[in-house]
Design a protein around this ligand. Structure first.
Ligand code: GLN
Length: 465
């Protein structure tokens, strides 16, 4: 205590530079130190006054490279801030740098980054989860007290689960996407990755709310932090039968059931519910996400942003040469499949079908979470703990399957949090708590009650420098 903000920020950079995790791909050391010095000279107030925060590389930051872990955007520095960044700055936060991610947020392991994989601080041979793996690893290892990620199909919750921290995907529309580099815009939201539920609520209070520059953003009463301590008394939890059994690691399953018993002890009741269309969620998600990606990534033509290759030729040759050299294999695969799914002859067979399935999945959640049903749903976040680097990357389908419990939530647009709920062979396990549209308050208060009654969030990974 008593140390200056400058000393604290300098110490943080020391730690990041000694780290073996590769959690960041850009550091904004000069800007951060300058801001810390300003703070020391005349401290400002604000919900996050003087607090350092790490930002996923797909969220635009004025003057700080925003490369989405892709070669095609290497060297691209946005001339403006995303709305979430403006809000963090207004509340006094200090940006440390940009975190490593799967290229354009396409992945579950942070292995598709152009800048090499990020490592899991609990076991350096394992992935941190993805696609916000850099954000999660940084927070878990003390290389940032908090981080922002983005979640299109699990990219906040999966790495939170694999790294033993808290990660919240807000309701679709709660947080402005202005300045988020789009992957699949109908599915994704920006959200916090933190060590505690309280910190997640605080960051959400800062970033949530209507933004005239994002027409899908909604007004919100906020007040997440102040609603935290209401406990779980009187809440009914729904336990979806489709999220247990085959394919789920038995230790994960046991930890989640123990968590349900703990929440029951704390005053909640639970009942079994069914989300019958769960088995179609992965197929629908990947068709929709890839279709949107193929359209969103068309803007990377090599003329307006990032990578250039020697002399220009005719437009078609230049466009395809730059994209061939600038995108990695997973991005190419998705652009190709998405373009195929949207093409005239197949649109009805794939894309339209997937949209219909999406409606059925949304209705599953509305039914399970209807008045008289459950207030919250409780499931594992991931079917298993962190896997080894290299174990799945050559087999895209096995990677896609890992998202089975996270993608339905994005298809339905509801909020969900992952909180630490145990360990399997020394690796963290995540509990997923899902709520009704815009009912982040119930999600957070259940997560907080559980956290207060359990020790898992206090465990510290091995790889902390
Ligand atoms: N793993 C999922 C995908 O690859 C989710 C990614 C994300 O949420 N950005 O699409």
């Amino acid at each position: 205590m008593g140390a200056s903000a400058e000393d604290a920020v300098a110490a943080l950079f020391g730690k990041i530079k000694r780290s073996r995790l590769n959690a960041y791909n850009v550091l904004s050391e000069d800007l951060a130190l300058e801001r810390a010095r300003d703070f020391d000279r005349s401290p400002w107030s604000g919900l996050m006054a003087g607090v350092p925060i790490a930002i996923k590389s797909c969220i635009s930051t004025r003057g700080i490279e925003t490369n989405c872990s892709s070669r095609i955007l290497s060297g691209y520095t946005p001339p403006y801030d995303a709305t979430v960044i403006e809000r963090l700055k207004e509340e006094g936060a200090i940006i440390v740098g940009k975190t490593n991610m799967d290229e354009f947020a396409m992945g579950t392991s942070t292995e598709t980054s152009y800048f090499g994989p990020t490592r899991n601080p609990w076991d350096l041979d394992r992935v941190p989860g993805g696609s916000s793996g850099g954000s999660a690893a940084a927070v878990a290892a003390g290389e940032a007290p908090a981080a922002l990620g983005s979640d299109t199909g699990g990219s906040i919750r999966c790495p939170a689960s694999f790294c033993g921290i808290v990660g919240l995907k807000p309701t679709y529309g709660l947080v402005s996407r202005y300045g988020l580099v789009s992957y699949a815009n109908s599915l994704e939201q920006i959200g916090p990755l933190t060590l505690t539920v309280e910190d997640a609520a605080l960051v959400l209070d800062v970033i949530a709310g209507h933004d005239p520059r994002d027409s899908t953003s909604a007004d919100t009463p906020g007040g997440y932090l102040s609603a935290l301590d209401r406990g779980v008394d009187g809440l009914t939890l729904g336990v979806p039968e489709e999220y247990f059994g085959e394919g789920v690691n038995p230790k994960v399953e046991r930890s989640v059931w123990d968590a349900i018993s703990k929440l029951e002890e704390l005053g909640a009741s639970w009942k079994e519910v069914s989300l019958p269309h769960t088995k179609y969620a992965l197929a629908a998600y990947y068709i929709i996400a890839m279709s949107e990606a193929s359209s969103n990534l068309a803007r990377f033509d090599g003329l307006r942003y990032g990578l250039r290759l020697g002399a220009d030729q005719d437009w078609h040759t230049t466009f395809s040469d730059i994209r061939a050299a600038g995108f990695g294999p997973e991005v190419k695969r998705r652009v190709l499949l998405g373009t195929y799914a949207l093409s005239a002859g197949y649109y009805g067979r794939y894309y339209l079908k997937a949209l219909k399935v999406r409606t059925l999945i949304k209705e599953d959640f509305e039914r399970a979470l209807s008045v008289g049903g459950a207030d919250l749903l409780v499931t594992p976040t991931m079917p298993f703990p962190a896997f080894k680097i290299g174990e799945r990357i050559e087999d895209p389908l096995s990677l896609y399957m890992a998202d089975v419990f996270t993608v339905p939530i994005n298809l339905a647009g509801v909020p969900a949090i992952s909180v630490p709920c145990g360990f399997a062979d020394g690796l963290p396990i995540g509990l997923q708590i899902i709520g009704r549209h815009f009912d982040e308050v119930s999600v957070l208060r259940a997560a907080k009650a559980y956290e207060d009654a359990t020790p898992y969030h206090e465990a510290v990974p091995k790889e902390v420098v």
